[in-house]
Design a protein around this ligand. Structure first.
Ligand SMILES: Cc1cc2nc3c(=O)[nH]c(=O)nc-3n(C[C@H](O)[C@H](O)[C@H](O)COP(=O)(O)OP(=O)(O)OC[C@H]3O[C@@H](n4cnc5c(N)ncnc54)[C@H](O)[C@@H]3O)c2cc1C
Length: 475
């Protein structure tokens, strides 16, 4: 299977398997990712061979993959850094590490990386903020790119980014647990191979949690919602308003997704209503852009009144339409809580023209009837739950040092420490993309994490060299 130079005689992707149970790994000249691919192919092949050769008495009927536990758990890979999550944050960390030649592996639960952008978002989605706030390290958007990239354009950017920096996430690998082994000083990460059902173990010195703030869709607890006779769906699976033309649709939630989906439904001719829970700021996209530029140079307490005055000139008083502004300004709230204002891309116009009706909070559902907090009752054909997501990092990051005193993440999956010290825990544990600062936050975290890992690697290398020299001197 190997030629004179010790390299595989067969070309990629058939290079790793010889005859009579002989394999090679890491000889494809594709670096760490090549080695990872080889390891996976070999483990799967050996598992298949084992399954096919096992006596019938050991075989589960109809499913050869169900083998005794020890054959399901195979150690697959040892590397320097395991990054859990292949969204923009995970890609950025991997790219920064690749630039520094630090071996790493990205584990992604879905069958594609950047799943939020490729799979779990609606068709008309555009980046809500200017492109310069939405780029990953080492690769600015080209000058010719539009200020607000469409979903497709952003996906192309992410694909180009991954290709340029050699980032090759291992997809279909939901991570189920990660814990630190104090004895060996390594992280042990367990993932399920979605294709084979097999449990895989990855060990590393460093672990980066990059599973995002939006891992699990959240549905509100509205009595009777589970028995709604129409179609109820979360915004994560909403694609387009095309199929709702002429239908009565309620959008629950008035965040960025809710507002934009309501607009999309109106544009497609649905009779749309949207619930509003409490006061919030809504700004036209260009005023948001202006404000984000100004806060770099001018204090927030001066930017807020200016932006709100311009907003009033644009929208007028929205309280008569059921949209009430909080007492504190939009950029003050963003700085204090990380919660950005809602960005209007046309929804306010639909509210003012009466095409989109603003309702109070939905309190109960009965058949196809929804009752609202003010006692109003309406019938709907569909309900879109634009009620957000929750961070699910704590589902898999079970290590005791992952939270609490001196740890990294709280019970809600967000960092214990506030910005800008949120990204580093102890024992080589880091997070990226959990600072509530969008894509700009992902980029900043990625650079800090990679630089810190590089420093730690250099420190360990210096220590090792020092120890070697000491040994040589004493012998
Ligand atoms: C609809 C929408 C629009 C947005 N628009 C903007 C915008 O215009 N500008 C901006 O700055 N921000 C925006 N954001 C916010 C944020 O920047 C994005 O959510 C961004 O994708 C965050 O990147 P991330 O990598 O941290 O998380 P994600 O993109 O959520 O990626 C996390 C990845 O981890 C994977 N994962 C989760 N659990 C596991 C597990 N157990 N094992 C393995 N993999 C796992 C997920 O499948 C996912 O691919 C938007 C968010 C949403 C929801």
């Amino acid at each position: 299977m190997l030629n004179e130079e010790g390299l595989p005689t067969h070309r990629i992707p058939n290079h790793w398997k010889g005859k009579k149970g002989l394999y090679c790994a890491g000889l494809s000249r594709n670096g760490l990712h090549g080695a990872a691919d080889d390891a996976n192919s070999i483990v799967d092949d050996i598992h298949r061979a084992y399954r096919d050769s096992a006596p019938d008495s050991e075989r589960e009927p109809g499913d050869g993959a169900d083998k005794p536990e020890e054959h399901k758990r195979l150690t697959v890979m040892e590397t320097e850094v395991v990054i859990v999550g292949g969204g923009p944050a995970g890609l950025a960390v991997s790219a920064c590490l690749n630039v520094l030649s630090i071996p790493n592996v990205v584990l992604e639960k879905e069958d594609h990386y950047a799943a939020l952008w490729k799979k779990w978002s609606y068709d008309r989605l555009k980046l809500h903020i200017g492109k310069q706030y939405c780029e990953l390290p080492h690769m600015p958007h080209p000058a010719a790119a539009p200020r607000y990239l469409s979903r497709a354009e952003f996906v192309t950017y992410l694909d180009d980014y991954a290709a340029r920096f050699g980032v090759r996430p291992l997809c279909g690998k939901p991570v189920e647990a990660a814990s630190f082994d104090g004895g060996s000083g390594t992280w042990r990460v367990t993932a399920r191979n979605a294709a084979t059902g097999q449990e895989e173990t990855y060990t590393s010195r460093f672990l980066v949690a990059a599973t995002g703030e939006n891992s699990d869709p959240v549905a509100p607890e509205i009595p009777g919602l589970d028995r709604f006779t129409g179609e109820a769906l979360h915004s994560a699976v909403y694609k387009s308003g095309a199929k709702y033309a002429g239908k009565r649709v309620l959008v629950v939630g008035s965040g960025n997704s809710g507002m934009e989906i309501a607009l999309d439904l109106c544009n497609h001719g649905a009779k749309t209503a949207m619930t509003v829970r409490g006061p919030f700021h809504v700004l036209p996209r260009d005023l948001m852009y202006l404000g984000m530029g100004l806060v770099k140079y001018i204090p927030v307490h001066l930017v807020d009144p200016l932006v709100l005055m311009l907003c009033w000139l644009r929208f007028g008083d929205l309280s008569k339409f059921g949209i009430v502004r909080p007492a504190e300004g939009p950029f003050y709230i963003k700085a204090k809580t990380g919660r950005p204002p809602i960005i209007d891309v046309g929804t306010v116009g639909k509210i003012k023209s009466g095409e989109l009706e603003v309702m109070k909070v939905a309190t109960s559902v009965n058949g196809d009837e929804v009752t609202f907090a003010d006692g109003e009752t309406r019938r709907f054909d569909a309900i879109v739950l634009a009620t957000g997501y929750k961070n699910a990092a704590r589902k898999w990051l079970k290590a005791i040092i992952g939270y609490g005193e001196g740890g990294l993440l709280k019970e809600d999956g967000f960092p214990v420490k506030g910005y800008p010290n949120h990204w580093k825990g102890s024992n080589g544990l880091y997070c990226a993309g959990l600072s509530k600062m969008g894509l700009a936050g992902c980029a900043m975290d990625a650079m800090r994490v990679a630089e810190d890992i590089e420093r730690a690697c250099q420190g360990a290398e210096a220590l090792r060299k020092g120890e070697m020299e000491m040994k040589l001197k004493t012998t």
